[in-house]
Write a protein that binds this ligand. Sequence first.
Ligand code: DC
Length: 218
Amino acid sequence: MTVPVLTIDGPSGAGKGSVSRAVAKKLGWHYLDSGSIYRSLAVAALKHHVDLENEAAIIDIAQAMVLEFDCGDELLVRLDGEDITAHTALEGTGNIASIVAALPEVRRVLLQKQKDFKRLPGLVADGRDMGTVVFPDAEYKVFLTASAAERAKRRYKQLIEKGNDANLARITNEIEERDRRDMERKTAPLAMASDALYIDSSDMALNAVIEEVLNLIR
Ligand code: DC
């Protein structure tokens, strides 16, 4: 029996996580947050004090790490049995994830781990290359984006609401730098699949985006 797959790709801060989780919940499908796999690798590299230039050591860690995910209201991540959810959520972790994710061999090692998420009754897969590389045959594809200024504003608000310090200008710079790195890398860069539905959420409420994605499947 074929497993239906919905891919949601786009730059950081576009709302992919919130939309994907809500749609997966509504449909009763599984959820793959592929960014959290790269984030976990970043946490593991920091934990082992590995130099980010040491490609061989990063690849070894990617091969050896054992990840478990629990998808409730928030996604819980365990690395080698340890709850690392709070570490994976940090802004700095996302930036390191983007650096290690540019290594072609790392992407090759992590490919099968991502494909294994495809199970009945269906999968919502969120990332940068879900519709182009990991699940190119997916039945439903979305490219979700928003202006860099809007994405930075949303991230700033999230951080402030959680009681963190935040600086809007710095967040904007980091988002632009991460976009550039994710789009310009040679292997599986952030790109829209030719058969994806393009949604710019800059002026849309979260619920409107969720409805538009659900309409694609209905
Ligand atoms: O979606 P995110 O912010 O959690 O992703 C963190 C980084 O991981 C992102 O900047 C680039 C990398 N990533 C990737 O290269 N490919 C994916 N499918 C998902 C994330």
